[in-house]
Design a protein around this ligand. Structure first.
Ligand code: HEC
Length: 193
């Protein structure tokens, strides 16, 4: 083997090893690649496991009993459902009442209506940024600067979630069908009405 042939062979060996190394490294990081699709899928998993729909998707009565109204999935208290004033409870251990839709709640804080979490720009979270969503959960205030969130929104519990999880939840909420639904403002406590 001539010296020039040997050095050509060595070059090939070096090139092949470098390609091999690059391929190995790509394989190693593959499992950790963060894509938008992964983020949305993680958000869907969290929203479903935590049960945001429990309060943010209205129930409708069907012949099989109450079921989630999927046409209004995560769109909050239906604006066309005008409720009579919440009942005044007698003194005692019972503290609050809820509508059959699970979207209107009355207690010592007044009457609260669950928010529209769909990406409609006017009535939902469509005009929100991820940072505003995080600030809402972290401070338990509307967009991080507005009024404090009322019960039963368990924001102080969700505040313990990581930024990554909260961003995933927001990414998923922005990916679902937008529902136009203007949720009413909360009402003051029954006693003071
Ligand atoms: C136990 C019922 C309940 C559950 C479960 C719940 N929420 Fe809420 N949520 C509410 C109520 C009620 C309000 C309205 C509070 C108010 O008007 O101050 C609200 C308000 C919000 C707001 C504030 C909107 C705004 O305009 O400031 C956001 C954001 C929100 N919820 C997101 C979520 C997410 C995301 C989940 C699941 C991870 C969730 N909620 C689970 C009851 C609930």
């Amino acid at each position: 083997m001539t010296t020039s042939k040997l050095s050509a062979n060595l070059k090939w060996i070096a090139l092949v090893s470098i390609f091999g190394l690059v391929a190995l490294m790509a394989g190693a990081v593959e499992g950790r690649v963060v894509t938008h699709a992964n983020t949305v899928a993680r958000g869907k998993y969290l929203v479903e496991a935590i049960g945001c729909a429990d309060c943010h998707t209205p129930l409708v009565m069907t012949e099989r009993g109450p079921e989630r109204d999927m046409k209004r999935s995560l769109s909050g208290h239906p604006s066309d459902m005008i409720l009579p004033p919440a009942p005044v409870l007698p003194p005692g251990p019972w503290m609050f009442t809820a509508s059959g839709t699970m979207t209107a709640w009355s207690g010592p804080w007044g009457t609260s209506f669950t928010a529209n979490l769909t990406p409609d720009r006017e009535t939902g979270l469509g005009a929100w940024t991820a940072d505003q969503f995080l600030a809402t959960i972290r401070t338990q205030r509307h967009m991080g600067i507005g009024r404090p969130l009322l019960p039963p929104m368990p924001a102080e519990i969700y505040a313990s979630m990581t930024d990554e999880d909260l961003r995933s939840i927001f990414a998923y909420l922005q990916s679902i069908p937008a529902v136009v639904n203007k949720v009413p403002e909360p009402l003051p406590p029954v006693e003071t009405r």
